[in-house]
Design a protein around this ligand. Structure first.
Ligand SMILES: Nc1ncnc2c1ncn2[C@@H]1O[C@H](COP(=O)(O)OP(=O)(O)OP(=O)(O)O)[C@@H](O)[C@H]1O
Ligand SMILES: [Mg+2]
Length: 243
């Protein structure tokens, strides 16, 4: 028997079954997800590939509680997210999920340390802003404002902010999309290190298939479905990747 597509180990953090998402705008219906089954195993690093419009961001936004499915089941550990109301979803996001987006969304008038502190002040068992920034190699730049940092450094502040609350789940939507080759690699190294050192279950959406080499598992989407799954024989360090 073949294992179910998208299944990780038996110790799943997040389990999705039959997720669909239909966006309705007036008369137009877009079927963004057409039945996605996915298990995310505790601590794994998944790279999610697929053409533009295939539903990657929609899926990851639903996994992170930023959006809700039209139908299907979604369970985080013992919590039924499929039936959660807005208050429960907010709590799920706040306590368990870190997000990293293509554009860093830092607050320009706050230093790196203060941007991270915004999150640590409302978290229960956070890293200190100093620890979080040291993890991403920015211990020397804590008191700099975003405008004094390069794009890659700003993205690392965004990663520090996302991981400072020690999330269970780190969801990254094209985190290197706005960065050049070297800077992008540095950001990937940061993500890989956070995954192994903190054990944070991580999903990275990218258009760059080469990035799949650093994953425990590579998933591909097409037209609202998961269509393939690969487990690289050996997980490479981002410094070993080239494209
Ligand atoms: N808020 C929305 N309203 C209507 N349609 C939407 C909305 N968000 C996404 N879609 C549609 O859903 C489909 C999947 O979009 P999604 O953003 O998940 O794709 P993606 O794989 O992330 O693409 P990309 O690689 O370009 O970021 C697309 O056809 C998109 O136009
Ligand atoms: Mg997208």
């Amino acid at each position: 028997m073949f294992p179910r597509m998208g299944s990780g180990s038996d110790k799943a953090v997040l389990v999705a079954r039959g997720l669909t998402k239909v966006y309705r705008t007036g008369e137009v219906e877009v079927h963004a997800l057409r039945g996605v089954d996915l298990d995310l195993a505790d601590g794994e690093l998944v790279v999610l590939l697929g053409p533009s419009g295939s539903g990657k961001s929609t899926l990851v936004n639903i996994l992170g509680g930023l959006d809700v499915p039209t139908s299907g089941e979604l369970t985080y550990r013992d919590h039924d997210l499929g039936r959660a109301d807005e208050r429960e979803l907010t709590r799920y996001r706040r306590e368990h999920v870190g997000f990293v987006f293509q554009f860093y969304n830092l607050i320009p008038s706050l230093t790196a340390r203060e941007n991270v502190a915004l999150v640590t002040e409302i978290s229960e068992h956070p890293l200190t802003p100093e620890e979080a920034l040291a993890r991403v190699g920015l211990e020397q730049r804590m008191d700099h404002f975003p405008s004094q940092l390069s794009g890659g450094e700003q993205q690392r502040v965004a990663i520090a902010r996302a991981v400072a609350k020690r999330p269970d789940l780190l969801l990254c939507d094209e985190p290197t999309g706005a960065l050049d080759y070297t800077t992008g690699k540095r950001v990937l190294e940061t993500l890989s290190r956070v995954n192994t050192e903190l054990g944070t279950t991580t999903v990275i959406i990218t258009h760059n298939a080469a990035i799949g080499g650093m994953a425990d598992r590579v998933l591909r989407m097409a037209d609202g479905r998961l269509v393939s799954e690969e487990r690289p024989a050996r997980r490479l360090g981002p410094e070993e990747l080239s494209w």
